[in-house]
Design a protein around this ligand. Structure first.
Ligand code: PGA
Length: 256
């Protein structure tokens, strides 16, 4: 069975002490699953990674929220994938819509970031998804197909096996609007088919595809009940341990 994942993206929230407290609340409420099918990944601000990674235990991993496409050098303010790895991260979020829209990260740089992550032993949590206007124009499949093709599908089969995909419709992120379970399933199935076409069926069936965008304790169950939804990438609701753990419970009920 492919890995089921609940990931929390804290974005630019929490001080170091608040982050440590939040992480420890999640850790003490997390029910480790002995088969390792269900895992938790927390992406705190990079400044707290070392602190929280030291507290991570069985079934709980940490992630960077972004990394440079370069390994080192004169890039003031940047953080490399190797640096994230050196403070305990195992994953890094790449291509989040906020990186794309606010920081102007385009397909060519995202492709390089995917490569930097893999080169440095991190698994990319690769985000894709359409904007509101693109959905209104029924172009969501075309948009996501292009993102996958230009940013991710250059990887070898072996390296692609390290990738987690997150489908995050941009119109649903932080807006309170959620994709309906049917919309999520349709796009997840579309992504899985695209992976099969580019690699093979076995790789497609083994890839964890997460849903992100206003997922909360109320809608989590319906979203996770879909066969191609393997978990969630949670923003706002990951900042409250009770909400995050409630979502974890839904995922565990749906998949274990
Ligand atoms: P949200 O964010 O859950 O607050 O909508 C999701 C994300 O940005 O990954």
């Amino acid at each position: 069975m492919r890995t089921k994942i609940l990931a929390g993206n804290w974005k630019m929230n929490t001080s170091a002490s608040e982050g440590l407290a939040l992480f420890n609340e999640v850790r003490s409420g997390w029910n480790p699953d002995s088969d390792g099918i269900l895992i938790c990944i927390i992406a705190p601000p990079a400044t707290h990674l070392s602190l929280v990674s030291a507290e991570a235990e069985q079934g709980i991993y940490t992630a960077g929220q972004n990394c440079s496409d370069q390994d080192n050098g004169a890039y003031t303010g940047e953080i490399s994938a190797g640096m994230l790895k050196s403070v305990g991260a195992d994953f890094v979020i790449i291509g989040h819509s906020e990186r794309r829209s606010i920081f102007g990260e385009a397909n060519d740089v995202l492709k390089l970031k995917v490569d930097a992550a893999i080169r440095n032993g991190l698994s990319p949590i690769y985000c894709c998804g359409e904007q509101r206007k693109e959905r209104e124009e029924h172009r969501q499949e075309e948009v996501v197909r292009t993102q996958l093709k230009e940013e991710l599908f250059h990887l070898s089969a072996e390296d692609f096996g390290k990738v987690v995909v997150a489908y995050e419709p941009v119109w649903a992120i932080g807006t309170g609007l959620t994709a309906t379970p049917a919309q999520a399933q349709q796009m997840h199935s579309f992504i899985r088919t695209a992976i099969e076409e580019n690699y093979d069926k076995e790789i497609a069936m083994d890839t964890s595809i997460l849903y992100g965008g206003s997922c909360n304790p109320t809608n989590a169950n319906d979203l996770f009940s879909n066969e191609d939804v393997d978990g969630g990438l949670i923003g706002g609701a990951s900042l409250k341990s009770t909400d995050f753990l409630q979502i974890a419970k839904s995922l565990s009920n749906c998949v274990l």
